[in-house]
Design a protein around this ligand. Structure first.
Ligand code: NAP
Length: 346
């Protein structure tokens, strides 16, 4: 059966996902669309030449018998309500991050899903589908570098707009490292600390940039992440895991090598969508395939959404106190223990 998908939110990533589901991926079909701005929903349907019904709101879209799964790509604060309604209706959900903007909101979703009794929700943490991270995970799981001891990361954007605030460096930017790194090393975060290096002259007055974050895991791994969102030179994601027996590093994005004007040069990407374009395709294909094959989504879970919210929240607190702040997750429910393993999909 084709998975019939209803889309809630037709902004930038919503349209991008609609395009990939309808033009690139297989096994899924967009049958319903809504947005707070119905003109935007109609335009997206017209632009992609879809045969999809426009619904006035998320509740009516979720109730439609033409919809098996909901793609939640609206504004972050609207996610929680839509996901809860979808679970209540027993429908599958692919929710872009954040699952909810608070840890309490994520926990409500975790509890609703457990009450439902079967997994319905996948969260859009696409880095777990990036071939570089997948290869690193395989190397760690196969003990190729012994026990991981330290991780050095950088998350750099060329620039950000005026709406970007200091706490968004944790909730919108670092959140991708928060998700992928605990998955990479199979460990939980114990504490976080944030320090501010000398500020770049390229950051607007209200924004502290760059920021250095130290995360410590329960197993004692120390992770340092530089978030630098006005780096000026491109979009650059770095990750190096130092183990007892060796070091592994995220591969550089391939590009042709120029020998010109007495220089050796490789162009860098400037667009995050391009950097992770394959991972976005794979995460949604995995969502569609795993539901069709097993009746449950296979990717990052509601619990992973909760872990991200708790950890990002602790980071925001740490920004204010300058202290090392605890990450209090509680016990992972049995319901989430054996699932959420990303398939080998390089
Ligand atoms: P965007 O361009 O602002 O799109 C959000 C869309 O949702 C807009 O069309 C907005 O309408 C609509 N909307 C707002 N509130 C809504 C509601 N209550 N019900 C239905 N629709 C509503 O933002 P975006 O960049 O696409 O981001 C959307 C979400 O995806 C965000 O949570 C973001 O964090 C996440 N995201 C994730 C990644 C990733 O790498 N995984 C990348 C990009 C974005 P108006 O324009 O009229 O307000």
């Amino acid at each position: 059966m084709t998975l019939r998908i209803g889309v809630v939110g037709t902004g930038a990533i919503g349209r991008d996902h609609m395009r990939r589901i309808s033009k690139t991926l297989s096994g899924g079909e967009i049958t319903a669309v809504t947005d707070v701005n119905l003109e935007s929903a109609s335009l997206a349907v017209r632009e992609l030449d879809l045969n999809a019904e426009i619904f006035p709101d998320d509740a009516s879209l979720i109730a439609s018998d033409q919809v098996d799964a909901i793609l939640v790509t609206s504004w972050g604060p609207a996610h929680e309500g839509t996901v809860l309604k979808a679970i209540e209706a027993g429908k599958y959900v692919f929710c872009e991050k954040p699952l909810a903007v608070t840890a309490e909101g994520c926990m409500k979703i975790v509890n609703a899903e457990m009450r439902h009794g079967k997994r319905l929700v996948q969260v859009g943490f696409m880095r777990r589908y990036d071939s570089g991270y997948v290869q690193m995970k395989k190397a760690i799981d196969n003990h190729e570098i012994g026990e991981p001891l330290m991780i050095h990361c950088a998350h750099r954007n060329s620039e950000v707009n005026a709406a970007y605030t200091t706490d968004m460096a944790m909730t919108d930017t670092l959140v991708h490292e928060i998700d992928v790194l605990h998955w990479l090393v199979n460990d939980n975060y114990k504490s976080v600390q944030v320090v501010y290096p000398k500020k770049t002259r390229h950051a607007l007055e209200h924004l502290k940039d760059p920021q250095m974050i130290t995360l410590e895991t329960e197993g004692g791994i120390v992770i340092q992440v530089e978030v630098f969102v006005n780096c000026k030179y491109g979009y650059d994601i770095q990750c190096e895991v130092v183990g007892e027996d060796g070091i592994i590093k995220l591969p550089e994005v391939p590009g042709i090598v120029y020998r010109k004007d007495a220089q050796l040069r490789v162009n860098l990407l400037t667009d995050w969508k391009q950097r992770f374009i394959d991972a976005y395709d794979k995460e949604l294909q995995d969502f569609i395939d795993s539901i069709r094959e097993t009746g449950e989504p296979n990717g990052p879970t509601s619990w992973d959404g909760y872990v991200a919210a708790v950890t990002a929240g602790a980071c925001v607190t740490a920004q204010k106190t300058g202290e090392r702040e605890p990450v209090r997750l509680g016990v992972k429910p049995e319901f989430y223990k054996e699932i959420g393993k990303t398939k080998e999909i390089i």
